[in-house]
Write a protein that binds this ligand. Structure first.
Ligand code: SF4
Length: 330
């Protein structure tokens, strides 16, 4: 197994007061080898964004560890943590909210360049901006650099966010719903650009999305981890997860993805769920968190015992009692 650039072990993150805590992420573990892509997929509120923020070093975990090149990031000294925060860059969902509306794009891009002493003069900074804008496909760079964020389209703003992330030469990108707020027609070109950057600069990606179709497209050569109400339910190589999903929740998600052909979508067999209601983090069901909705639920087992994340022995992991029993894992 290749060495992990990022590894998350038994990660938990809670919010609230001492009297009442809500676990947004609970017992999540995964590893992302260098130059790989891991997609975190799940419904909104399942803990994907919190996981991304913990990995980016913006939130401290309540439990568990985040390892970067084998080192616990919260046990690092100040210098090493600073290097980590530079190596891992977050691209936000909303490029408008993440760019200061009062700043010109030139200032947005050059602030990290000057802060990290990556340029020696204003002329050097201008040169580097032009180079970065060419890399992310923003043309003509000279015009765009003089503008403010509100003068740019959604797609251009997101490319500016990517250019800003690249200023500090990162090795790991956390892209949180990075294309979900832009027009559908622009999404593919943004994803293609991110894929090209991965190849050109050897970047490793944690790509967070609620859209399984996007995950399928972007991470076909990588892996998908499916989250449900704060927990990880299945992890597998993308083709296997898409073609042979093991967990009933993954099967339900895939059965709800529309196909390009409307006839195929109409005739697609949906996995019938016992309930459409997603449980609240304030009132989690006992046992398996998916049991109130699961079509394969076994009374007295699924509602009592929380399933572990079982290693299937063929590179996949699944958190389900019934699947684990069928595969001879328990
Ligand atoms: Fe469904 Fe039980 Fe598996 Fe949970 S453990 S996914 S309830 S079959």
């Amino acid at each position: 197994m290749s060495a992990a650039l990022i590894e998350v072990r038994d990660l938990g993150r809670s919010f609230g007061t001492r009297k009442r805590r809500i676990w947004a992420v609970d017992g999540v573990s995964f590893r992302v080898p260098e130059r790989d892509i891991l997609c975190l997929v799940g419904e909104s509120g399942c803990g994907k964004t919190t996981t991304g923020k913990v990995i980016a070093g913006l939130l401290r975990p309540s439990e568990g560890e985040v390892l970067f090149e084998g080192q616990d990031i919260w046990a690092m000294d100040k210098q090493a943590f600073k290097r980590y925060r530079t190596a891992v860059q977050l691209i936000h969902q909303d490029p408008y909210a993440s760019l200061n509306p009062m700043q010109r794009i030139y200032d947005v891009i050059t602030a990290p360049l000057f802060r990290h002493n990556l340029v020696s003069s204003r002329a050097h900074a201008w040169e580097r901006c032009i180079e970065l804008f060419n890399i992310v496909g923003l043309t003509p760079p000279e015009d765009l650099l003089r503008k403010h964020p509100h003068e740019l389209s959604g797609g251009q703003r997101q490319r500016v966010s990517v250019a800003r992330a690249l200023t500090v030469n990162p090795s790991f990108i956390v892209a949180d719903e990075a294309v979900s707020m832009v027009d559908v027609s622009i999404r593919v070109s943004l994803l293609t650009m991110l894929g090209r950057l991965r190849n050109e600069f050897g970047l490793t990606f944690l790509f967070i999305t609620h859209d399984l179709a996007l995950a399928k497209y972007f991470a076909w050569e990588g892996r998908i981890a499916v989250m449900y109400v704060g927990s990880m339910v299945e992890v597998a190589d993308t083709p296997r997860l898409v073609n042979e999903p093991l967990h009933p929740y993954t099967q339900a998600l895939l059965s709800a993805v529309p196909e390009a052909d409307p006839e195929l979508t109409r005739n697609k067999q949906r996995v019938p769920l016992r309930s459409q209601d997603i449980p609240s983090l304030l009132d989690l069901p006992p046992g398996c968190r998916f049991h109130p909705r699961c079509p394969r639920y076994v009374e007295g087992w699924c509602d009592v015992e929380r399933p572990a994340l079982y290693d299937t022995g063929d590179g996949r992991q699944v958190s389900c009692h019934v699947v684990a029993r069928e595969m001879g894992l328990v």
